[in-house]
Design a protein around this ligand. Structure first.
Ligand SMILES: Cc1cc2nc3c(=O)[nH]c(=O)nc-3n(C[C@H](O)[C@H](O)[C@H](O)COP(=O)(O)O)c2cc1C
Length: 196
């Protein structure tokens, strides 16, 4: 059964490279018949956090925030595509996620990291695990760490060379893991209402 999966990406750099990986993830999920949608923090353009979504009176949140809250609530699962800035997370993506809390609860999330170098942004991936867990998601065990990003995916997000092949081989296990937890969480939500 098709799962509704939001794929988050949050670099605001004009020369950003991680968009290749975000597009790759969306394409690969769609090839598995999932309903994947890219949520590009830069395109959405939430301001630096002032009020969280829930701090607005009902119906008073900016339209773009209201729309994103609805998408997050309706999704079955999430993928966070994260680059690494000085061993930490990218502020644009962190800013977007901090606008919401309860909207994330009771669904699985997968982390896909990347960087310009061979380490593939794993340090930011590790940081995101704790953050996503705090925000009420169940973070799956499988991860993907992609690097060097420019030697793995071309500008259209197509795999290139040996590194691209390696990513193609690794992707199904990541996606299978996410799908299993997505189905498990969905079945459990139907069986029993979340406790809070
Ligand atoms: C401010 C900044 C800090 C960075 N810090 C790291 C780092 O800690 N580790 C790393 O592997 N790459 C680092 N890089 C290189 C990034 O991996 C590379 O620029 C990557 O393409 C950034 O993602 P983006 O292009 O989607 O913005 C840094 C880049 C910038 C701009």
């Amino acid at each position: 059964m098709a799962h509704s999966i939001l794929v988050f990406y949050g670099s605001y750099r004009r020369d950003r490279k991680g968009i290749r990986l975000a597009n790759f993830v969306v394409t690969q999920l769609r090839a598995r018949e999932d309903e994947a949608e890219l949520i590009d923090a830069q395109a959405i353009g939430l301001p630096m956090l002032d009020r969280m979504y829930k701090e607005y009176a009902s119906g008073a949140a900016p339209a773009v925030m209201e729309s994103l809250a609805g998408k997050i609530r309706d999704a079955d699962a999430f993928v966070f595509v994260t680059g690494e800035y000085n061993w930490g997370v990218q502020p644009g993506l962190k800013n977007l996620t901090d606008h919401f809390l309860e909207e994330w609860f009771w669904r699985p999330a997968g982390v896909v990291s990347y960087s310009a170098g061979r380490i593939g942004g794993v340090r930011s991936g590790l940081a995101w695990r704790d953050t996503l867990s705090e925000m009420g998601m169940v973070v799956i065990s499988s991860t993907l760490a992609v690097g060097p990003i420019e030697q793995t995916l071309d500008e259209r997000g197509e795999p290139i060379g040996e590194l691209g092949n390696g990513l193609m081989k690794a992707f199904p296990r990541f996606a299978d893991d996410l799908a299993w937890w997505t189905e498990a969480a969905k079945a459990q939500r139907q069986h029993k209402a979340p406790p809070y």
